[in-house]
Design a protein. Structure first.
Length: 63
């Protein structure tokens, strides 16, 4: 005797090559966007740090 309740049918869909290619391109685009944001954040943190470009020039002793 089977248990009462809904039954589910599992379908395995084989995605087409173009779908896989499109998703791969979307993933790489998102990865590039993340990398660009990370680089921009590093530049901002560097410019805000005490050892940033302006402070470095001030800390060089006059020889």
């Amino acid at each position: 005797m089977r248990a009462a309740g809904p039954t589910y049918e599992i379908q395995f869909v084989n995605p087409s090559h173009t779908t896989v290619k499109q998703k791969s391109l979307e993933f790489l685009d998102a990865l590039q966007t993340f990398y660009d944001l990370k680089t921009n954040l590093q530049l901002i943190m560097y410019s805000l740090s005490p050892a940033g470009p302006t402070e470095t020039k001030r800390n060089i002793p006059n020889v």
